[in-house]
Design a protein around this ligand. Structure first.
Ligand SMILES: Nc1ncnc2c1ncn2[C@@H]1O[C@H](COP(=O)(O)OP(=O)(O)O)[C@@H](O)[C@H]1O
Ligand SMILES: [Mg+2]
Length: 274
């Protein structure tokens, strides 16, 4: 694969250019409860534009909830989330923060692409149309332009020869690579990845991680990644955030978190997963 990927060739959208090194994601005192279960507890964290940040931590610590809030599949009970400088679910009106309308939320969410554990491809559409459907219907791209971009992305994920297949004709690893390409087809500024290899047969994991390593290395997309693949996390991450009980227990560069963590809780977790 050439280093000159289709993602790098594209100029940034003129509407919302990120300032270099600026915060692309900012959680400010975000609390999320399910009934009496406080899943995110007054959570503050940020991800800078172009960085690769990995969330690690025990099951149930709130990692998926963070990604679902960003996708607006869930709503925070308290606090605010900013994406690319805009409030995600709030709008400023007359100097006050009010709940945002659907149109505002849709616009801000265009910055975000997500890949899930279960690939969630459109089963009734061939691979090519899985990649072109949303760019055409949501972004208003021409079919030709969407197909050209889809072909570039399928090359990036190594699936050019499968362009005319249906998802069920592909292995799990191939389906997940289609799902990654489909997310990128919307030109998000940030890619959210939630344990994207957890549902795969072991021999298919490496192929998907290699594709993600390539994307991390050759594009300038921001990544927020939940994974139990610690070698992968060590390779791609600028920062690792260790979660416990809805809070960031500690964070730092991968060498620090994996090599010399501050907390016993982090040590215990790492020795259980490594
Ligand atoms: N839709 C929901 N309804 C009730 N509780 C939920 C829901 N989604 C998640 N939870 C609870 O929130 C907590 C955090 O879940 P999650 O964010 O999925 O954790 P992680 O991804 O770190 O494993 C868990 O206790 C889980 O049971
Ligand atoms: Mg999860």
């Amino acid at each position: 694969m050439s280093a000159d990927t289709p993602l790098q060739k594209e100029p940034e959208s003129s509407q919302n250019p990120p300032v270099d090194g600026s915060e692309l994601i900012r959680f400010d005192k975000v609390t999320k409860r399910f009934g009496s279960n406080v899943v995110l507890d007054n959570l503050d964290f940020s991800v800078d534009s172009g960085k690769h940040v990995t969330l690690i931590g025990p099951s149930g610590s709130g990692k998926t909830t963070i990604l679902r809030l960003l996708m607006t599949l869930l709503k925070a009970d308290e606090g605010t989330i900013k994406v690319n400088g805009d409030y995600l679910t709030h709008e400023e009106k007359n100097g006050k923060l009010v709940p945002a309308g659907e149109k505002h939320i849709r616009e801000v969410r265009k910055n975000i692409g997500m890949v899930f554990q279960q690939f969630n491809l459109f089963p009734n559409m061939k691979v090519l149309r899985n990649l072109t459907e949303a760019p055409v219907t949501v972004l208003g791209m021409s079919k030709e332009a969407a197909e050209e971009r889809a072909r570039d992305l399928l090359e990036l994920v190594g699936l050019t020869e499968h362009i005319d297949k249906y998802p069920t004709q592909l292995s799990g690893g191939q389906q997940q690579r289609v799902a990654i390409a489909r997310a990128l087809a919307m030109r998000p500024k940030v890619l959210l990845l939630d344990e994207v290899t957890s549902a795969l047969d072991p021999e298919l994991v490496a192929g998907v991680l290699d594709v993600l390593r390539d994307i991390a290395r050759t594009t300038d997309i921001t990544m927020l990644c939940v994974t139990h693949e610690m070698n992968f996390a060590r390779d791609i991450s600028d920062a690792v955030l260790m979660f416990d009980k809805g809070r960031v227990l500690e964070s730092g560069p991968p060498e620090k978190i994996f090599g010399d963590p501050e907390h016993d809780r982090t040590r215990e977790f790492l020795s259980a997963v490594l």
